[in-house]
Design a protein around this ligand. Structure first.
Ligand code: GLN
Length: 216
């Protein structure tokens, strides 16, 4: 049994849960999908999704409830985490575009993220995301996916050569999805589309990690 949680504090968590359930039912996976609302819900968790929403609200809640350090520790113990949008902001090691006295983030992902990178006029947009073929995210789909960006953060700099680019925009330059060890992060919202591949990719990573650690 693999246990995957979705942080259910604020934001698009219901949509993530729906996608996980759909995959579990389609593929008859032995998967427990857990709503994570307090630190003790993290017990024996194999994977965690931090959804998009409002990163300040999320981070304040996490800090006030002694949750930030629990997640940090869990990630450094190789829990597989996927942050979408605000989730990416919380996972970035370096956060730009912050007001004074801003958020306490979780960190762990060596990228620089800039809140609302895509500016005002492009506040929210939908566009084509090119999937890096080397990552074989698509086993049976096109090398692109539909990206929904809602006041999205950007990945303004990659801070380690070990960060793999999973997705970029048509300008061939703007990185919008990355992976680093046990951390996956996307600027956009796959849970708001019909494409299950990102959730499948995440689940595969969780299963692989679980098998690796139980083999040791
Ligand atoms: N702009 C939001 C923030 O800074 C993130 C938006 C999102 O998650 N869709 O928290």
């Amino acid at each position: 049994l693999v246990v995957v949680g979705v942080l259910c504090i604020q934001g698009a968590f219901i949509e993530h849960i729906k996608k996980l359930k759909e995959i579990r039912d389609n593929e008859a996976l032995s998967l427990e999908i857990r709503e994570i609302r307090k630190p003790s819900d993290m017990k024996d968790l194999d994977g965690l999704i931090i959804p998009g929403g409002e990163s300040t609200t999320l981070s304040v809640f996490l800090a006030q409830n002694g949750f930030t350090d629990v997640i940090k520790k869990w990630i450094s113990g190789h829990g597989v985490v996927w942050g979408t949008c605000a989730g990416l902001i919380l996972l970035a090691d370096d956060l730009q575009g912050q007001k004074e006295g801003g958020q306490t983030v979780i960190g762990g992902l060596p990228v620089q993220s800039r809140r609302n990178l895509f500016g005002r006029q492009r506040d929210s947009f939908e566009g084509l995301v090119h999937i890096n073929e080397a990552q074989q995210l698509q086993s049976n789909g096109p090398p692109t996916c539909h990206g929904i960006f809602i006041r999205a953060p950007g990945i303004s700099k990659v801070l380690s050569p070990d960060v793999k680019v999973l997705g970029y925009l048509s300008d061939q330059e703007t990185v919008v999805a990355v992976e680093y060890q046990n951390i996956i992060a996307t600027c956009f919202h796959p849970e708001l589309t019909n494409d299950l591949r990102w959730h499948q990719y995440f689940l595969k990573h969780v299963v692989r990690q679980k098998n690796n650690s139980s083999a040791k």
